[in-house]
Ligand binder design. Structure first.
Ligand SMILES: C[S@@+](CC[C@H](N)C(=O)[O-])C[C@H]1O[C@@H](n2cnc3c(N)ncnc32)[C@H](O)[C@@H]1O
Length: 224
């Protein structure tokens, strides 16, 4: 499996610390993303989350769906995730690279949240695989950051750098939706236009919508 920054540096307890933020606006953003999906679940769905980390979102959504599986490239995340989810019998974690996924079942909902496409450097081929994993009538949810949220996002990454979770932020290169750190970490953004392009290329009905002035969602509905 190909290694990347998350698999090698920012996993398990360190990733957990990323989300243990003292910034209230960031906590609101994280909750709003989950709430957006939660209110669209009926309780009957088989859900797959890609780039699921240690299962933060999986645990929040498990009571609202039939089953949920989180996929992550980092074995350390999956190990922590299995402990984190031990009281949620309908939830599980598996180690897998989104660039090389295989499942012997389909899903009603596939999630790729918290700027997941950028974090996983996922291209159009991955998006096509995701749509292939959906059962007819299913939906894929992708989210990235709203441009309106840049200052808060930056503060959150500064907090992560100050906790030693990331290298120092490079102030010259950090701009236009891209955060660059001295240790090689780089986080980009999918803009609403990027999401429009991905949605149109899917050939299925889709929506691009802003949530909480903090994130932008693309939802693709696999109608048949
Ligand atoms: C920004 S974190 C988000 C974690 C989780 N979705 C959350 O919001 O709590 C991105 C995650 O994607 C995972 N990841 C990165 N590249 C991946 C890949 N190629 N395949 C699967 N997971 C990947 C990382 O290990 C990391 O856990």
């Amino acid at each position: 499996m190909k290694k990347n920054y998350y698999a090698e540096n920012l996993n398990s307890q360190k990733l957990y610390q990323v989300y243990e933020t003292s910034l209230l606006r960031i906590r609101q953003y994280l909750e709003a993303e989950i709430e957006f999906v939660r209110t669209r679940l009926s309780g009957r769905e088989r859900v797959l989350e890609l780039g699921a980390g240690y299962g933060r979102i999986v645990r929040e959504l498990a009571p609202f769906c039939a089953s949920i599986v989180g996929v992550d490239i980092s074995e350390e995340n999956v190990k922590l995730g299995k402990r984190y989810l031990k009281n949620f019998p309908n939830a599980d974690m598996v180690t897998m690279d989104v660039h090389d996924m295989s499942f012997d079942c389909q899903f009603d909902v596939v999630l790729c949240l918290q700027n997941g496409l950028s974090a996983m450097k996922a291209d159009d081929k991955v998006v096509r695989t995701i749509i292939g994993l959906l059962a007819p009538g299913g939906a894929a949810y992708f989210s990235s950051y709203s441009a309106k949220f840049w200052d808060f996002r930056l503060k959150w990454f500064e907090e992560q750098a100050s906790k030693g979770l990331l290298g120092a932020i490079d102030p010259e290169k950090t701009k236009d939706g891209v955060i660059v750190c001295a240790d090689g970490f780089k986080a980009a953004t999918h803009t609403p236009d990027d999401f429009e392009r991905i949605g149109a290329a899917s050939g299925f009905p889709y929506q691009v919508t802003e949530v909480d002035d903090s994130s932008v969602f693309l939802i693709i509905h696999k109608t048949s």
